[in-house]
Ligand binder design. Structure first.
Ligand code: HEM
Length: 401
């Protein structure tokens, strides 16, 4: 099929009646044309949209697709969007990607992540205590779902306790869609400079943390201090808003499906299963993953020509009725939920997923155990869902308990 300006315009618009479901355009295309061209905002690019679970895995698992957004037809969202410094290895293919990813793989091994669990439980407890000191409705996003992942990343990186307030403030500006581009850019620079200083300070006062170990890799000449700081920023960007939105949207989802809360509270195994189903059901990376074909590749019954851009819509792939029974229903006990693609698939599959899972497995049951009367303080139609952001979520969520 040739590139055509009559291809459906790519949009992330949600249905007002079903804001937790994937964008309706994506669902319709999965049923009618599971691999088809769409037009991006500039009207010049016509990447393919891949919407079925099976096809999404094929594309994401294939070395014939690149994540390099500097390729001419890469489905970029904004003009001039930078690929980012060396640390942002998600935008590189192997072997550069593999070399950079290797500097961090040990940090997300089960043993390391398990060592972070008591800290996550403590932070959950402290934030809930602080939140419930207020009377009346408070914004759950500001008081709980946004600060929690930011503070967990502080622990992961080894940000000293006295700097937590500063770190949280700057990272809050970066992910705040209400901040101006200038404010966000200033916060990125400020945090970047802070992290380079912190990498250097770790040599004098080492800790059991990521930046200390990255400083050691810099001493061995594997990376530079700047790379170490960039990797720290990358972890913050990759792990902050994604996890924060998962916490907020999971809370809304569970409050709308209260019959499922007892399953979540049924013990660690049930909490683990519940988190997989919430990840599948919500698939917060709504823009989809972006790739460019490096050669002609046949996926399903379509041949994607070399050089064409591709967007893989995780949110509809994870609701594919050919793979999941009653795919649009939330079923915390669903047996095959863990095969979801919410963390991607293939060489770029989310590096931080063991940490994200640990956070959600601790936070979600604790929230409903501690606040059994938790309620959203506005009518459902007034919940401020984000529109057209790559990670789906809510701008704010007033709650009472
Ligand atoms: C629920 C929370 C999260 C979700 C839904 C999520 C989702 C994703 C997805 C879909 C990708 C694949 C990108 C692609 O293939 O183009 C990815 C990559 C990545 N994520 Fe996550 N993520 C989450 C939390 C985290 C956390 C907590 C961290 C670390 C602190 C993290 C670090 C990364 C990194 C480093 C990559 C790049 C991997 C690579 O290119 O090799 N993520 N994430």
């Amino acid at each position: 099929m040739p590139a055509t300006s009559s291809s459906p315009a790519y949009t992330l618009a949600h249905s007002k009646d079903a804001p937790l479901d994937p964008p309706p355009l994506h669902t319709r295309l999965r049923e009618e044309q599971p691999i088809t061209r769409v037009s991006l905002h500039d009207g010049r690019r016509h990447p393919w949209l891949v919407t079925r679970w099976e096809d999404a895995r094929t594309v994401l698992g294939s070395p014939a697709f690149s994540t390099d957004i500097t390729l001419p037809n890469a489905p970029i969202v904004r003009e001039g969007q930078p690929r980012g410094p060396l640390g942002f290895f998600q935008g590189y293919d192997d072997p550069i990607h593999a070399t950079m990813r290797r500097t961090l793989t040990r940090e997300f091994m089960v043993k390391r992540v398990n060592a972070l669990r008591p800290g996550i439980a403590r932070l959950t407890e402290e934030l809930l205590t602080d939140m419930t000191k207020h009377n009346g409705p408070v914004d759950f996003v500001e008081h709980f779902s946004l600060p929690l992942p930011s503070l967990v990343i502080c622990e992961l990186l080894g940000v000293p306790y006295e700097d937590h307030g500063f770190f949280q403030e700057q990272s809050g500006i970066i992910v705040n869609v209400k901040a101006t581009g200038e404010e966000a850019a200033r916060a990125i620079t400020t945090l970047g400079e802070y992290l380079v200083e912190l990498v250097r300070a770790k040599r004098a006062t080492p800790g059991d943390d990521v930046l200390t170990r990255l400083a050691a890799q810099a001493d061995e000449g594997i990376i530079s201090d700047q790379d170490a700081a960039d990797l720290g920023s990358f972890l913050l960007f990759a792990g902050h808003e994604t996890t924060a939105n998962m916490i907020a949207l999971s809370t809304i989802t569970l409050l709308q499906n209260p019959d499922q809360i007892p399953y979540l509270l049924g013990g660690p195994e049930q909490a683990t299963a519940s988190v997989e189903e919430l990840l599948r059901y919500l698939s917060v990376v709504h823009f989809g993953l972006r790739r460019t074909a490096l050669e002609d590749v046949t996926v399903g019954d379509v041949t994607i020509p070399k050089g064409d851009g591709v967007i893989i819509s995780l949110s509809v792939a994870n609701r594919d009725p050919e793979f999941y029974t009653a795919a649009d229903d939330l079923d915390l006990a669903r047996a095959n939920a863990r095969q979801h693609l919410a963390f991607g698939y293939g060489i770029h599959q989310c590096l931080g997923q063991p940490l994200a899972r640990a956070e959600l497995q601790i936070v979600m049951p604790e929230l409903f155990r501690r606040l059994p009367d938790l309620k959203i303080a506005v009518p459902p139609e007034e919940i401020a869902f984000k529109q057209n952001t790559s990670v789906y979520g809510v701008l704010e969520l007033p709650v009472t308990w």
